[in-house]
Design a protein around this ligand. Structure first.
Ligand code: SF4
Ligand code: SF4
Length: 329
C-alpha cells in the first residue's frame, strides 16, 4: 500500500530504477504526476521488480502505487493469453503428500512441477508437502499488473495453510514468504503460524550436520527473485548458507540492493527487452568469474539456466548447491 503522507518527493526511488535513466528532477516529476493521479511514463516502463519499495527511505511504497496505476490503465499491455495462462494455475489439483511425523510441512505453491528433481534431495527427506490451487499464493499477479487479485486471494491462502494445523510452514517459493510476512501485514491479515523461509530451513538442515559437511569452494553469483524485495531481512540466512558451504558469493554488480529482475516478467510483453535484461545478468555474473549462478526462484532458474550454461557457468537451484555439501551416503 502506498503511503502518500510518507512521500516527500525526494525522487530516490525512480532515480534508482535500473531500467530507466531518470535524474532526480525527472524522478521527482514522475512521482508528483503519479501521486496526483496521472500516468507518467514510468507506469509503462516499469519492469515490476519492486526495488523502488526497498529503496524508498521513508517506506512509502512507491511501487505499490505504480502497480495500482498499471492495473487501472492496463499500461503494461499484458496479452490476454498470458493472463489466462496464469489464471489456469488456480485450477491445478491440490495435493498433500504426507511425510514423517514431526518433520516440517512445506508449501510448494504451484512451483512443484518445476523443481520435482530437486525435491528428491535428502535435504527434504520426510517433509510433508502441500501444493496446487489451495496453496497458490498468486503473488505473480503483481508482474501482470493485477495486484488487486493478490489481495483478494490472500485471506483464502492464509486460511488454507492455517487449516493444516501446524505451528510452522516452510515456504519453498519466495513469493509465498513475501505474502505471509510483509504483504499479509499490509493487508491486515493475521497469519496464525510462523512462515519459515527456504533459506532458514536449509540452514537448519545443514547446521544439524555441520561437522560432516563437505566444502563447496565455488564462486557463485546469486540471482535474487523480485519477491525478495519485500523481505530482504531473511537474506542473513543466505549468507550463513554460503558460509556453511564454504562458497564465495561474488560481489557482482547486480547483487543485494542492486539486484536485477531475471527478465521473466517481461517475456509476455516485450521479448526484446526481456532478452536484454537476461543478458545483463549473465554478463555480470561472468565478469565476476562465477562458476555458477544460484537461484532461489524456480521461474528465474528456468528463465536463465540455458543462457547460464551457454555462458560457461553452472546453473544451480539453491538446494542443489546445498546438496553438494552433504556427506556421502
Ligand atoms: S516514494 Fe519514497 S523515494 Fe520515492 S519520492 Fe516518495 S519518499 Fe522519495
Ligand atoms: S518497480 Fe522496479 S522497474 Fe518499476 S519503477 Fe520500481 S525499480 Fe523501476
Amino acid at each position: 500500500m502506498f503511503h502518500p503522507e510518507r512521500c516527500d518527493y525526494c525522487g530516490d526511488c525512480l532515480a534508482f530504477c535500473p531500467y530507466v535513466k531518470y535524474d532526480k528532477n525527472r524522478a521527482e516529476k514522475e512521482m508528483r504526476e503519479l501521486v496526483a493521479g496521472g500516468v507518467p511514463s514510468i507506469v509503462e516502463s516499469c519492469v515490476t521488480c519492486a526495488a523502488c519499495n526497498q529503496v524508498c527511505p521513508t517506506k512509502a511504497n512507491p511501487f505499490d502505487l505504480l502497480n495500482e496505476r498499471q492495473e487501472q490503465t492496463g499500461a503494461l499491455g499484458i496479452p490476454a493469453t498470458a493472463l489466462a495462462n496464469f489464471a489456469k494455475l488456480s485450477s491445478l489439483p491440490t495435493t498433500i503428500k504426507h511425510g514423517d511425523p514431526g518433520k516440517p510441512v512445506m508449501n510448494l505453491c504451484i512451483v512443484g512441477d518445476m523443481v520435482r528433481e530437486q525435491l528428491k534431495s535428502p535435504l527434504f527427506q520426510g517433509v510433508t508437502t502441500v501444493e496446487g490451487a489451495d496453496y497458490f499464493c498468486t503473488v505473480g499477479y503483481v508482474h501482470l499488473g493485477k495486484p488487486s487479485l493478490v489481495k483478494a486471494e490472500a485471506k483464502r491462502f492464509v486460511e488454507k495453510l492455517a487449516a493444516l494445523g501446524v505451528d510452522e510452514i516452510v515456504c519453498f517459493h519466495d513469493d509465498c514468504y513475501a505474502l505471509l510476512t510483509t504483504m499479509a501485514e499490509e493487508y491486515g491479515i493475521k497469519v496464525p503460524f510462523r512462515p519459515v523461509h527456504l533459506f532458514e530451513y536449509l540452514c537448519g538442515v545443514l547446521s544439524s550436520q555441520k561437522e560432516h559437511l563437505r566444502k563447496v569452494p565455488m564462486k557463485v553469483a546469486y540471482q535474487a527473485p523480485c519477491a525478495s524485495r519485500y523481505t530482504p531481512e531473511k537474506d542473513v540466512y543466505l549468507d550463513r548458507l554460503f558460509e556453511l558451504l564454504g562458497a564465495e558469493r561474488v560481489p557482482r554488480r547486480y547483487d543485494r540492493l542492486n539486484g536485477l529482475c531475471c527478465g521473466a516478467p517481461l517475456m509476455a510483453r516485450d521479448k526484446e527487452r526481456a532478452a536484454k535484461v537476461k543478458g545483463w545478468n549473465i554478463t555480470d555474473a561472468k565478469e565476476f568469474k562465477a562458476d555458477a549462478m544460484v537461484f532461489l526462484c524456480p521461474m528465474c532458474y528456468l528463465n536463465l539456466r540455458k543462457l547460464c550454461r551457454e555462458g560457461g557457468m553452472d546453473a544451480l537451484f539453491i538446494s542443489e548447491l546445498c546438496e553438494r555439501a552433504l556427506p556421502a551416503p
